[in-house]
Design a protein around this ligand. Structure first.
Ligand SMILES: Nc1nc2c(ncn2[C@@H]2O[C@H](COP(=O)(O)OP(=O)(O)OP(=O)(O)O)[C@@H](O)[C@H]2O)c(=O)[nH]1
Length: 214
């Protein structure tokens, strides 16, 4: 296990279709800024940000990747060495949700991850600020997809109104810590089946839907 001290650096890669809000999520988290007219990313960009959890400071090196297919060869070389992967879609874009499996597979292939089943993936449904009429992916669909794909952590965020953005990155680090400790003890089980019908505190899963943090 890596020492969890002041200098722990974690590489976090954000993947998902073009336009789902990856750059906006990173910028909201790092600079608390939102750009209504964010440009498509070409290749990758990264920013560092410290986060404190249980008295420990972690430096997140956050890699924002280009979601458009034509930039695939520019983004995939940067997957290696990742500690955490945020699989991102937009709740008003069903196609971006259907593409989650493609993103997961692309990541596993190019990141050359040894423990496929236990890698810390977090599923992030962005743009939760949109109206019910515009919503194309329900919370139940998110829950089902995660359960079917063995992913224990999901969250809906809004980079626009800052809802759950800090929480998503915090959840990612907490999951990484859990995965590291399980790897240490050889306890590989995701027994945290996601059930969004349970009230918070009742469920052992780490799913955070619709809560507003800031
Ligand atoms: N309503 C709403 N719009 C958002 C949100 N996050 C991002 N957007 C908008 O969605 C558009 C795309 O955002 P980006 O962050 O550039 O998307 P991206 O996933 O980085 O796109 P690529 O760089 O092409 O991969 C921009 O017009 C943003 O203003 C959000 O939480 N809510």
């Amino acid at each position: 296990m890596r020492p969890t001290n002041k200098n722990t650096m974690l590489k976090v890669v954000i993947l998902g279709d073009g336009g789902v809000g990856k750059s906006c999520l990173m910028n909201r988290f790092v600079s608390n800024h939102f750009d209504e007219h964010s440009f498509h990313t070409i290749g990758v960009e990264f920013l560092n940000k410290d986060i404190e959890i249980d008295g420990e400071t972690y430096t997140l090196q956050i890699w924002d990747t280009a979601g458009q297919e034509r930039f695939k060869t520019l983004r995939t070389p940067f997957y290696r060495g990742s500690d955490i992967c945020l699989l991102t879609y937009a709740v008003d874009d069903k196609v971006s949700f259907r593409n989650l499996s493609m993103w997961k597979n692309e990541f596993l292939y190019y990141a050359d991850v040894k423990e496929h089943l236990h890698f810390p993936f977090i599923v992030v449904g962005n743009k939760s600020d949109i109206s019910n009429e515009e919503r194309e992916v329900s919370q139940i669909e998110l829950e089902s997809w995660c359960n079917e794909n063995g992913i224990c952590n999901c969250i809906e965020t809004s980079a626009k109104n800052a809802s759950n953005v800090q929480e998503a990155f915090k959840m990612a680090v907490q999951y990484w810590l859990k995965a590291e400790s399980r790897a240490d003890k050889n306890e590989y089980s995701c027994n945290d089946t996601i059930d969004l019908t349970k009230k918070s505190g009742e469920s052992r899963s780490s799913c955070c839907i619709g809560a507003t943090e800031e």
